[in-house]
Design a protein around this ligand. Structure first.
Ligand SMILES: *[C@@H]1O[C@H](CO)[C@@H](O)[C@H](O)[C@H]1NC(C)=O
Ligand SMILES: *[C@@H]1O[C@H](CO)[C@@H](O)[C@H](O)[C@H]1NC(C)=O
Ligand SMILES: *[C@@H]1O[C@H](CO)[C@@H](O)[C@H](O)[C@H]1NC(C)=O
Ligand SMILES: *[C@@H]1O[C@H](CO)[C@@H](O)[C@H](O)[C@H]1NC(C)=O
Ligand SMILES: *[C@@H]1O[C@H](CO)[C@@H](O)[C@H](O)[C@H]1NC(C)=O
Ligand SMILES: *[C@@H]1O[C@H](CO)[C@@H](O)[C@H](O)[C@H]1NC(C)=O
Ligand SMILES: *[C@@H]1O[C@H](CO)[C@@H](O)[C@H](O)[C@H]1NC(C)=O
Ligand SMILES: *[C@@H]1O[C@H](CO)[C@@H](O)[C@H](O)[C@H]1NC(C)=O
Ligand SMILES: *[C@@H]1O[C@H](CO)[C@@H](O)[C@H](O)[C@H]1NC(C)=O
Ligand SMILES: *[C@@H]1O[C@H](CO)[C@@H](O)[C@H](O)[C@H]1NC(C)=O
Ligand SMILES: *[C@@H]1O[C@H](CO)[C@@H](O)[C@H](O)[C@H]1NC(C)=O
Ligand SMILES: *[C@@H]1O[C@H](CO)[C@@H](O)[C@H](O)[C@H]1NC(C)=O
Length: 751
């Protein structure tokens, strides 16, 4: 249900805590009053978020243009006739011709090249409809293909910006191509489809799936492919198409959505959903990371991959963001669950949980088992999947009670990299940090508290109290040992026996989110990050380059999600939106546009050049940010049976959206008039649910109404369970309200 127009006479709903005869109901606003005028416009905008959706309309995608830029040399080169032909199936073909040097001629023709743009980053299998080719001897004319996500890469060379079978790239394991895909074009018209494998034994090979936006097609042959192909002859191409294999996220597939008065923010939300869609796919041995990652435990199952181009592999840590985006917009909870279950099935005897199936589940990361715990908590809270813990509760016990104590220093109670097996362990970015690292320990507190909640919910009281006590111990130790008063932020870790004079975005942000940092420290950390980490393209993940070159120039949307969340957590909503806008303005205005990058490096370029994934699901934090803090919906029990509804308007005039839950949808719309001092909130939630609703007020003397009845006036509750709170200047009135359909208004009765 949705309030397309304001219900001027709201249905009579007796609020749970309203137990008196209706003496306090406000008289309806007179028709000429500003309140009446304003409220009569509420909800008058029809929901029109569908216009932002980026998904292709079907799984068959055609190219939209060919690329022509003489400055960069990205142009149709050599003898290419009718280049537009391949954009229109069934019309006149595009013909690439190359003649060898003839006697009397100084040189052969230049290589014919055409570069095609599919309009946006996509993932799938290319097919080429050939309209015929010359039948020269020896060999057929060869076509080579280079795929790339961004125009900066892939054109200056003859190779894809990443290709899983490219044995010259830094990922090895499958070495059938040099980084381009090869075709021996047959004389008769036919359709060639890019499948993994070789046309002749180990010659004329192609890679199969690609994540890309641009495609360079050139008439050429690898010497190693002789005599099957030659660099000469003529090839006619009728058309190209891509069989899109990822989640096809057309508007009808959205289970949750978001819209606000800021159209850019809205577009970026849907760009992020599309990025996660590109990473939602069935794991297949020939399309995943070639490094011994094709595990029978997940093959053939829907999963959340890290990136569309690379590594095309599910990782537990990445799910901290990717799974939330998926739960909030898509009805495929199994995509995250399949991954968490498979990794748990491969838990090591000492309790460590692998981060991914890569290298036969042996990639040694220290943080990802903690993310496995936090992500299992999210699975429970967002999808209500209690059954998961029938099988995997003990996995959580083993990792928290066996593995992490084995890497904890008894002297400090802190996880200490270097202790136990952990010396050579990495993290989400393989950072060379050592000692008692704030990030690992703040994340440990978060995971212990998540685990304690799960334990309490499932009736394991002694586990819950042990983990809560340990979380308090670790939290105290972080505060006592890792805080740098001169910066007003936590140190990152140790250099030798003393703390390193470097501070990281990840640990400091998680210290706030896990409650390790009290509000004084939270504000000091956030102010330090503002002054020491700001870049034109977001906030850097380190304040200096002590641990690695250019670290202070590198921005991860992944860790920025934790910082921006921490800003909202501390009710610094304007600074949260400022940082979010920097990040997304940059990525959306730089090639390939739309999809979100793995990380941004110096000068705002992809941080690892051509190797960088430019469609990475861990960078989609904008989706949970809009849902959690702008709509304001946070599950406080499994499946949102109880939830917090605490919108932070920041500089927005209105927002609305929906979050799916296993018991039904929660729909929310809010609107405000700063000028009149009014705030209007409407929500609909499953009738068996309970909400803690926070509405922003200027001060404690605001009037707050629930369903047209006064609930708070003169600093006191009136027949409702309500209270006032103030977070560093942002005040709100908090009310306990049962599910169903309700309005909560500030400054006017809403009736
Ligand atoms: C919000 O209120 C304004 C009037 O202040 C109105 O014009 C607008 O349509 C409302 N938007 C929504 C989404 O209700
Ligand atoms: C060609 O590329 C250059 C360098 O990126 C750019 O400045 C120019 O606008 C491009 N020209 C066209 C026609 O796209
Ligand atoms: C280009 O190739 C076509 C055949 O497809 C041929 O007729 C034409 O002469 C060639 N053009 C040049 C400049 O070589
Ligand atoms: C790309 O391949 C063509 C044909 O083999 C060759 O002429 C050209 O030099 C290559 N370009 C680069 C940048 O290697
Ligand atoms: C690529 O693979 C070939 C054949 O397996 C091998 O001879 C060559 O050394 C490899 N090159 C690189 C750069 O790994
Ligand atoms: C996977 O690749 C191998 C080797 O190229 C090939 O034999 C096999 O048919 C491919 N399987 C699928 C399902 O594409
Ligand atoms: C597209 O690819 C999928 C998955 O590989 C396959 O099942 C399907 O048949 C393909 N569709 C077409 C039209 O080739
Ligand atoms: C993976 O590791 C397991 C356990 O160590 C071992 O039994 C199995 O043979 C390995 N598989 C591969 C493909 O290396
Ligand atoms: C807390 O730390 C103290 C030592 O600092 C230790 O004795 C105690 O066992 C710890 N408690 C928990 C629950 O880990
Ligand atoms: C936060 O902790 C610091 C250090 O223990 C202390 O100085 C400060 O007063 C605390 N702030 C609050 C609000 O408790
Ligand atoms: C929730 O909303 C979806 C559309 O997003 C709708 O199809 C579904 O029926 C709704 N569920 C309930 C229980 O109303
Ligand atoms: C409280 O806010 C109202 C506007 O909502 C304002 O008129 C009033 O002066 C404020 N009171 C105090 C004590 O600040």
């Amino acid at each position: 249900m949705w309030p397309r127009a304001l219900p001027l006479s709201p249905p009579f709903l007796l609020p749970l805590f309203f137990n008196a005869i209706d003496l306090t109901a406000a008289a309806p606003a007179p028709q000429d009053s500003p309140a009446y005028q304003w409220q009569s416009q509420l909800g008058s905008i029809q929901e029109d978020w569908q216009k932002y959706v980026r998904a292709p309309s079907s799984t068959t995608i055609l190219p939209v243009s060919f690329v022509s830029n003489e400055t960069l040399g990205y142009y149709t080169q050599g003898n290419v006739t009718n280049p537009n032909g391949l954009l229109t199936p069934g019309g006149e073909p595009t013909i690439l011709t190359r003649q060898p040097a003839t006697s009397g001629s100084a040189a052969p023709d230049v290589t014919p090249v055409i570069v095609v743009d599919f309009g946006q980053n996509i993932a799938g299998y290319l097919s080429i409809r050939f309209a015929g080719a010359s039948n020269s001897t020896p060999g057929l004319p060869g076509i080579r293909l280079a795929f790339s996500e961004s125009i900066q890469y892939g054109y200056l060379t003859n190779f894809s910006d990443f290709s899983r079978s490219d044995n010259a790239s830094s990922i090895s394991g499958d070495t059938i191509t040099p980084g381009s895909d090869q075709i021996a074009v047959q004389p008769e018209p036919y359709t060639w489809t890019d499948t993994h494998g070789c046309e002749y034994g180990t010659q004329v090979c192609a890679d199969g799936i690609h994540g890309f936006r641009y495609l360079k097609i050139y008439l050429d042959a690898l010497p190693a492919d002789a005599p099957h192909t030659t660099s000469y002859g003529q090839v006619a191409i009728d058309s190209l198409s891509v069989n899109y294999t990822a989640f096809l996220g057309t508007p009808d597939t959205f289970t949750g959505w978001f819209e606000s008065s800021d159209e850019q923010l809205n577009q970026w939300y849907y760009d992020a959903v599309y990025t996660t869609d590109l990473c939602t796919d069935i794991l297949d041995a020939n399309s995943t990371d070639p490094r011994n990652a094709a595990s029978p435990g997940v093959l053939g199952k829907l999963v959340l991959l890290d990136g569309a181009k690379r590594d095309r592999l599910p990782y537990s840590g990445d799910l901290a963001v990717a799974a939330r985006t998926s739960y909030l917009t898509r009805d495929v909870p199994q995509a995250a669950r399949n991954v968490l279950a498979d990794l748990a099935d491969h838990q090591r005897a000492d309790g460590w949980i692998p981060p991914a199936s890569i290298n036969n589940y042996s990639l040694a990361l220290l943080d990802y088992p903690l993310w496995w715990v936090a992500n299992s908590y999210d699975l429970l809270m967002y999808t209500g999947d209690t059954g998961f813990f029938d099988t995997y509760y003990q996995t959580m016990v083993n990792t928290l009670d066996n593995f992490y104590p084995s890497v904890t220093s008894p002297a400090t109670q802190l996880i200490t990299k270097g202790f136990g097996v952990s010396g050579s362990y990495g993290d989400y970015a393989f950072l060379p940090r050592t000692g008692a690292v704030t990030y690992f320990n703040a994340l440990y507190v978060l995971a212990l508290n998540n685990a304690a909640f799960i334990a309490t919910y499932l009736g394991h009281a002694s586990d819950a109290s042990r983990w809560t006590a340990r979380a308090q111990n670790v939290s105290s130790a972080i505060n006592a040992l890792l805080f740098d008063p001169s910066a007003g932020a936590f140190y990152d870790g140790s250099c030798g026996s003393s703390p390193c004079a470097t501070h990281a975005q990840d640990g400091n942000s998680l210290a706030i989110l896990s409650g390790v940092a009290n509000s004084t420290r939270a504000h000091s950390i956030l102010s330090y990050m503002d002054t020491s980490m700001s870049l034109p393209y977001g906030h850097a993940f380190y304040d200096n380059d002590l641990l690695g070159s250019s670290f202070s120039q590198r921005v991860y949307a992944f860790t920025s999600y934790f910082e921006i969340s921490a800003r909202f957590h501390a009710h610094l909503s304007l600074s949260a939106l400022t940082e979010l806008r920097l990040l997304h303005s940059w990525m959306s205005s730089h090639d390939p546009g739309i999809t979100l990058w793995e990380a941004i490096g110096p000068s705002g370029l992809p941080y690892e050049g051509a190797f960088t994934s430019l469609a990475h699901a861990w960078s989609t934090g904008i989706v949970p940010l809009c849902s959690t803090y702008i709509l304001g919906l946070v599950p406080t029990s499994p499946g949102f049976l109880s939830f917090l509804l605490s919108p932070q308007p920041a500089d927005l005039a209105w927002a609305r959206g929906r979050v799916p839950t296993p018991n039904g949808n929660i729909s929310v719309t809010w609107n405000r008039s700063a000028e009149l001092g009014f705030f209007y909130l409407w929500f609909e939630a499953p009738t068996n649910s309970k909400a803690e609703v926070n509405v922003p007020v200027e001060n404690a003397s605001a009037d707050v109404y629930v369903d047209g009845r006064i609930a708070w006036r003169g600093g006191e509750q009136l027949g409702f369970d309500a209270s006032y709170r103030d977070e560093e200047g942002e005040g709100y009135v908090s009310l306990q309200i049962e599910g169903g359909t309700h309005t909560v208004t500030v400054g006017f009765s809403g009736s």
